[in-house]
Design a protein around this ligand. Structure first.
Ligand code: NAP
Length: 260
C-alpha cells in the first residue's frame, strides 16, 4: 500500500535504536524525509547511514537530548517543516515509589509528558495551516495496564495521554491533523533487556529465566520487533489513517487481557 506521505518531513525523536529507529525506517521506506535524534553520536550516525542506504527520503541526524530546550530547538531547526512528529524518549527507570523524590518525578515528567507536549505546541499550528499533520506519541502498554514498578512511566505517560485526548479533538481535528498514542507491549530492544535484568535481580533469578518467563506471558509467545512497531507507526502517519485520531493503539502481541 502506498501510504501517500512521500516527500513529507518527519521529526522522529529518540531514534538511533529500538522503537524510534523502527519508526524512522518505516517512514524512510515510504519516501519520507526524516530528522532523527539521540544523545549518543556514534549510534545515531550509524543509524543515519543505514537509513540513507535505504535510498528513500533525505535523512538528517541531530545529536541532542530531546528533553532539554536546547535539544528540542536543534531538532526542530533541522526539520524544514514538521509534517509528521513522532514523540519518543527513553523511559524512566523502574523502582519503588517510596524511593522517588521530586527530582525523579520531574525528570520522568520532562521526558515522557512535557517534552512531547512542547513539541506538539511547536508544530501543530503550522501543520493545521497546511491542512496535514500526523503526530504519534510512543507511550506504553502500561498506560492501559500499569505495572507497579513502572510508576514513573505510568504517571507521566497517563498525563500525556490525558492531554492528547483533549487536544486531538480540538479545532485541529478539522484541519487535517491527527494525534494518536502508540502503545508498545514487550519489544525486543535494549530497554526491554535492561528492564528484564532489573526484574531478574529483584526476583533473584537469572536473566534467561526471566526473559523466557516474560516471553511466555505474551499470547503470541514472542516479543515484538521494531520493524513491526514502525509499520504501525507509518500507517498512523498515512493519508489512509486520516479519520483516526485521539486513539491509543496497543501493539502487544495480545498481552492486554481486556475486551476493550
Ligand atoms: P531503547 O532501545 O533503549 O532506545 C531508546 C532510544 O532513545 C535510543 O536511540 C536512545 O539513544 C534514545 N534516547 C533516549 N533518551 C533520549 C533523550 N533524552 N534524547 C534523545 N534521544 C534519547 O528503547 P525502546 O525500547 O525503543 O523504547 C522507546 C520508548 O518506548 C521508551 O520510552 C520505552 O520506555 C518505551 N517502551 C518500550 C517498551 C519495549 O518493550 N521496548 C515497552 C513499553 C514502553 P541515546 O541513549 O543515545 O540518547
Amino acid at each position: 500500500m502506498n501510504l501517500g506521505i512521500e516527500g513529507k518531513w518527519a521529526l522522529v525523536c529518540a531514534s538511533s535504536k529500538g522503537l524510534g529507529k523502527g519508526c524512522a525506517q518505516a517512514l524512510v521506506a515510504e519516501g519520507v524525509n526524516v530528522v532523527i535524534t539521540a544523545r549518543g553520536e556514534e549510534a545515531l550516525q550509524a543509524t543515519a547511514a543505514q537509513l540513507r542506504a535505504m535510498g528513500g527520503g533525505e535523512v538528517r541526524a541531530v545529536a541532542c537530548d530531546i528533553t532539554t530546550p536546547k535539544g528540542r530547538e536543534a531538532a526542530l531547526a533541522a526539520c524544514p517543516q514538521v509534517d509528521i512528529l513522532v514523540n519518543n524518549a527513553g523511559g524512566p527507570p523502574p523502582g519503588d515509589f517510596r524511593e522517588w523524590e521530586r527530582e525523579a518525578w520531574i525528570a520522568a515528567l520532562d521526558a515522557n509528558m512535557i517534552t512531547p507536549i512542547l513539541l506538539i505546541k511547536a508544530t501543530v499550528d503550522a501543520m493545521a495551516s497546511r491542512g496535514f499533520g500526523r503526530i504519534v506519541n510512543i507511550t506504553s502498554g502500561a498506560v492501559k495496564a500499569p505495572m507497579a514498578a513502572l510508576g514513573l512511566s505510568n504517571g507521566a505517560r497517563s498525563g500525556l495521554t490525558g492531554f492528547v485526548a483533549g487536544v486531538a479533538r480540538s479545532a485541529i481535528a478539522a484541519q487535517g491533523v491527527t494525534i494518536n498514542g502508540l502503545l508498545p507491549g514487550a519489544f525486543d530492544t535494549e530497554r526491554l533487556r535492561a528492564g528484564t535484568t532489573h526484574a531478574a535481580q529483584k526476583a533473584g533469578q537469572d536473566f534467561d529465566t526471566m526473559w523466557t518467563r516474560r516471553r511466555q506471558a505474551v499470547p503470541m509467545q514472542r516479543f515484538g520487533t521494531a520493524e513491526e512497531f514502525g509499520a504501525v507507526c507509518a500507517f498512523l502517519c498515512s493519508v489512509q489513517a486520516g479519520y483516526l485520531t485521539g486513539q491509543n493503539v496497543l501493539v502487544d502481541g495480545g498481552a492486554y487481557p481486556g475486551t476493550f
